[in-house]
Every structure is written in C-alpha cells, then in structure tokens.
Design a protein around this ligand. Structure first.
Ligand code: ASP
Length: 466
C-alpha cells in the first residue's frame, strides 16, 4: 500500500484532535485531556524549541562560511530585508483596505454606539489624550449617563479578560518606553550564553552567528577547515533530530489540538456570543490572510519567475504550515520550515540557512495584517474616526511592531497595545478581541511562515540558486 504523505497524516491528526476535544467536552473529560493528552503537545513544542536555537546557530555559521565571500552575504542580506519589508507593508495595506471596506466594528444600534463612544471619550479625558476627530459627545452627557459610563468602565476593568490583558501590558509598557535605536541595541548580545538560553533572543543569536561565520571565512588554512567541518557536522545532527521528531508529528499534533481546545473550552452560549460580537472581525482577518496565501504569494512567485507550481509549493510546505497552525509559533516551527524548504522545495540551504531564521524573527505578514484590522475594528467599535494620516501612521507602527514581536504565541497581541497607543486609542481594548485571539494567532502564524519561505524562494531565484 502506498504510504500516506506526512501532510495528510498531520491533517488527519488535527481533525481527530478537534473531534476528540468535542467528545471530551461533551462527556466531561476535559480534565483527562488536560492531564494526559495535552502534556505530549507541550513536549513536542519543547523539542522543536530546543532544536531551533542551536539549529539557527549552526546553520547560519555553516551557511555563511560556505558562501566564502562576505560581500555576497551583504547583497543577499539587503535583498532579504528589502523583500521582507515590502511584503509586510503590502499586507498591512491589504488589511487596512479590507477593514475599511467591510467596517466589521461599526455599531448599528445607536444606543450601543453612543455608549461605546462615551467610554472612549471618558477614558481619553481621564488620560489627557486629545480627541482628534472633532466629536465630543461627552459634553452633552447627563449626570445619570456619566454615572452609567463610569460604572461600565469600572466593570470592564474588573473583567477576567481585562485582568489577563493587564498582566501582558507590563511587557508592552516596557517596549513602549524604549528609544528609537533600542531595537538595534537589542540585536547585539552582551552575554552569548544568555542569548542562547532565551528563545526570545533569536536576533542576538543570528547576529552572533553571522559575525562568527564572517570571521571564519576570513581565516585561511587548516584550522578554519576544522572548525567549518565541526559546524557542518553539528548542523547535520540537529537536522537529523528534526527528522526523528517529525516522524511522530501526527501523534503530537493530535495532542496539541486536543489540548489547546480543551484548555479554551467555552460553553455553546459563550461561543455563540463571541461569534456574534467578533465573528465579522475574525472573518475580515481570515479573509485577508487567505488573500495573502492564495493570491499575493502565488503572484509574487510568478512575478519573480520562480518555477514552482503553487500546488507543489503548498504540498512541500504544508507540514510546516500545519505545525505553525497547531503551535502558533514561527520559532517552534522553524526547524521544520527549513527542512521543508530544503528537501521538498529544493531551495538550497545556503539561502534558507539565514533567510529563514531572520524571517521567523522579523517578518510577520500575518501578524501585521491582523494588527491593522484589529486597530481599525476597535476604533470603529468605539465610533472613533481615524484620519488618512493616522491610518498611514499605522502602516509604520504595525511594521515595527511585527518586527519587534517575538515568534511565540500571543506576541502579536502584546504588540497590538503599542499600535493602539500610537494612534491615541486605549491599549486595554485588546481585551475586547482577546476571546478570538488564539484562533487568529494560529492562522496568522501560517502566513508568517509561508511569507518567509516565499521570500527565500525569490532570493534563491534572483541569486540563480534555484
Ligand atoms: N504567533 C505568531 C508567530 O509566532 C506571532 C503573533 O502574531 O502572535 O509567528
């Protein structure tokens, strides 16, 4: 019998995970799922994460020293960063067009619209934030209405979602206080061991590996050959480890899906309520992501003359895409992304070895599109009109926010607070979109990974390496 391809096995496992979570939810077995199935999902993510950092280190060092000429690296590096920037800006623009066209946040009920707007105005007044769109409903507020709005704001602050957001906001606050050159400073490690030990400091590992690789190419003779062989050998070992882990991927993906769903189990009423409140917003985000996946990337590949049929591209990349969906982390998916790009899509490791690790950390088209949609949705929801200039400003901040977001679950949500803040909106509003954030995180991570591989195929093509 013909063996089933890995992406089919993973897809079936995901489906079974969903089926299991429904069965376990209805039979009251969620605790069993959390105690006995979910931990295997965590083990899987841990395996991928601990492989990711050394793999990035060894693959970049052996990739750069394999290129042999630092100027070649500079050319490829500039091309890569340029492509990443272009795809990010275009994805944000697409998000802005969609959210303005479909207005998922617009309230049709006049009373709700007024209440939401008043909540915004009272918050802005309390925080001395200028209201730029010229409306001032608060001026016509009666004493009873003011009491009601203050009561609603206090209730919001006490809500469970808001508490979760408050925990995250400390991190956003720290990010906000940094100066303009802070991202550059953050790229340079002051202690290599710490950078290697913290999965969130991948850019520092990349910086070190590039520096080390360049220095290695500048040393002639037997010693450098020895070191080069060592790093190539280590790279092979870690790739083998990815192979081994991936053999069991379908089982682990089943556990991940069942666990994620069991942990976020909501009652049917709650689900219906979430869908009514946020369904339109979620659909706009998903529609934007789909357009990127099935329209934008195939078009980009065609424009640059990459001769891979999009069906084959998809088939080759699908194990990484499914993994991105089930782990919500581009960093955890990275080892498999590299593997798919090399083995299935035949993009040479010379290119993928540093285009993909950099992409996993700085290039997040899905995240930036989602941020653009979420900010405008939240503005519409509170009846705040953002000017064209403010919306253009969002392109800049969302680009920076997606570059700064770590490739881990929920990172985009934390950065969303900064984007909201930059246009004078309440960062705590992220609590409103929180209920659907995990599922959107799963979807946007698929796009983040697809974008990285698309750019690496284009760079390889323009370097005549494909
Ligand atoms: N989970 C995303 C990633 O790892 C980042 C985000 O949008 O939260 O790519």
């Amino acid at each position: 019998m013909k063996k089933l391809a890995l992406h089919w096995k993973i897809m079936i496992a995901m489906f079974l995970g969903v089926v299991w979570s429904i069965i376990s939810g209805t039979m009251g077995m969620n605790d069993f799922t959390k105690d006995w199935i979910d931990p295997f999902g965590t083990i899987f993510i841990n395996c991928l994460k601990f492989i990711a950092v050394p793999l990035v280190l060894f693959s970049i060092i052996s990739g750069v020293s394999g290129l042999g000429d630092p100027s070649k690296l500079g050319k490829i590096g500039l091309k890569t960063l340029g492509m990443y920037l272009i795809t990010t800006v275009l994805s944000i623009s697409l998000g802005l067009v969609l959210v303005n066209a479909f207005s998922p946040g617009k309230q049709t009920n006049e009373a709700t619209k007024r209440t939401n707007r008043l909540k915004y105005e009272v918050w802005a007044n309390n925080n001395s934030i200028e209201i730029k769109d010229g409306k001032h409903l608060a001026a016509s507020m009666s004493v009873e209405e003011a009491d009601k709005i203050n009561g609603l704001l206090a209730a919001d602050e006490g809500s469970a979602d808001m508490k979760k957001v408050m925990e995250k906001s400390a991190q956003a606050e720290a990010n906000r206080k940094q100066g303009p050159l802070q991202p550059l400073v953050d790229m340079v490690p002051d202690n290599l061991i710490v950078s290697l030990g913290d999965g969130k400091l991948m850019l520092q590992v990349i910086f070190f590996a590039l520096f080390f690789g360049i220095a290695l190419t500048l040393i002639p003779g037997d010693n450098s050959r020895l070191v080069r062989n060592f790093f190539e050998g280590m790279n092979d070992v870690f790739i083998k480890m990815v192979h081994i882990v991936m053999k069991a991927a379908p089982f682990f993906v089943f556990c991940l899906m069942a666990g994620v769903l069991a942990r976020s189990a909501n009652s049917t009423d709650e689900l219906l309520d979430i869908f009514i409140r946020l369904g339109k917003y979620a659909l706009v985000v998903v529609a934007g992501l789909m357009l990127m996946l099935f329209g934008f990337y195939p078009m980009l590949l065609r424009i640059f003359g990459v001769n891979i049929k999009y069906r084959d591209f998809f088939k080759g990349l699908s194990p990484a895409q499914f993994l991105a969906f089930s782990t919500s982390s581009s960093a955890a998916t990275l080892p498999v992304t590299i593997e798919c790009a090399n083995n299935n899509l035949k993009i040479p490791d010379k290119i993928t070895d540093f285009v993909l690790p950099i992409g996993a950390t700085v290039n997040m088209d899905g995240t930036s599109l989602y941020q653009a949609v979420a900010v405008i949705f939240l503005a519409q929801f509170h009846d705040v009109d953002l000017s064209l200039m403010q919306q253009i400003g969002i392109v800049g901040t969302a680009t920076l926010a997606s570059i700064g977001a770590a490739a881990v679950p929920s990172a985009g949500l934390i950065m969303l607070m900064i984007v909201l803040d930059s246009v004078g909106l309440n960062p705590m509003w992220v609590a409103i979109v929180l209920p659907v954030d995990r599922i959107l995180d799963m979807c946007r991570t698929v796009i983040n990974v697809t974008s990285d591989v698309t750019v690496s195929a284009i760079v390889a093509k323009t370097e005549k390496q494909l």
